[in-house]
Design a protein around this ligand. Structure first.
Ligand code: PLP
Length: 284
């Protein structure tokens, strides 16, 4: 495997960043994960737009023009011979002597890109079974709209899920409403067939997959309510599912040990998953 690190394509095993990189010391950086399908990035434009937004919110410079960044992403995918999988990119505020204040504005931001293959059959097998989730208090900071690499609450929540035999953790706010998963957006389908997902302005990351799925839902003439839902409502739901670039739509069949519906992935989650790539923009 090959990784791109600040201008060089290096063997993955030798690809390191400096000990005084601000990403390493402060979590002072942002990232994106983009699906690769048939050798092309899915929704590249939207991922790069979100990257620019995250960088602007943190006042970190774009390490290179977007067109050049696209070339680096494609070259990393090519050098790793990824047909189906993921490309990961991370930008930090760069390398400087440890000090909380921003470094000299001339400090170049750091850019790292990796890519790896994922067997689509395996991902489909997971989706075919459905996943279990647990719920945990949402103890994150208020700027979860920024896709920062500072993911310690998410790491702890997902590890707790794993230790409970589940795959994802759903964060729950102080009023008992689900915000989102540790690395996914959260959805339910109510008894009367309405899709429910939390508004993007309401304490979640605006998932690219979430945005595309809203378009898929509209095309399939599904009724959607963008509003918060409680854990109790989710437990009683007909279906539940998560969305992300790595999971597309994947059914949730258990919440804190309680079966959702009949414990099998539901028709809505399946339809959204099957139709996703008709609406996502691949190769742009
Ligand atoms: N919410 C969180 C906290 C995430 O980390 C992610 C993806 O990593 C998502 C939602 C889903 O976003 P996307 O659909 O853009 O992958």
């Amino acid at each position: 495997r090959i990784a791109y690190v600040n201008g060089a394509y290096l063997p993955h095993a030798d690809a390191g960043v400096h000990v005084e990189d601000r990403g390493y010391q402060f979590g002072d950086g942002v990232y994106e994960v983009c699906e690769v399908r048939a050798g092309h990035m899915v929704d590249e434009r939207r991922h790069l737009e979100r990257l620019v937004r995250s960088l602007n919110e943190l006042r970190i410079r774009l390490p290179m023009p977007l067109a050049a960044l696209g070339v680096v992403l494609r070259e990393t995918i090519r050098r790793n011979r990824v047909r189906n999988g993921l490309v990961y990119l991370q930008v930090t505020r760069g390398v400087a002597r440890r000090d909380h204040y921003f470094p000299d504005p001339a400090t170049p931001p750091s850019l790292v890109v990796t890519a790896r293959s994922v067997d689509p059959a395996r991902a489909d097998a997971v989706a075919g079974e459905g996943i279990a989730v647990i719920t945990v208090p949402d103890n994150r900071w208020e700027r979860v709209d920024i896709k920062t690499i500072g993911l310690l609450p998410n790491v702890l929540a997902k590890q707790a899920a794993k230790q409970a035999g589940a795959r994802e953790a759903w964060f729950v706010d102080a009023s008992g409403h689900v915000t989102e998963g540790g690395s996914t957006n959260a959805w339910i389908v109510t008894g009367d067939g309405r899709l429910v997902t939390r508004p993007a302005e309401g304490g979640i990351l605006r998932g690219i997959t979430r945005t595309v799925m809203l378009e898929v839902a509209e095309a399939l003439q599904l009724r959607v309510d963008e509003r918060p839902f409680t854990v109790a409502e989710a437990r009683a739901a007909r279906e539940a599912f998560v969305t992300s670039a790595t999971n597309l739509a994947t059914a949730v069949v258990r919440i804190d040990g309680h079966l959702i519906g009949d414990g099998r992935p539901g028709a809505v989650a399946r339809a959204l998953r099957e139709n996703f790539h008709k609406y996502a923009q691949t190769g742009r």
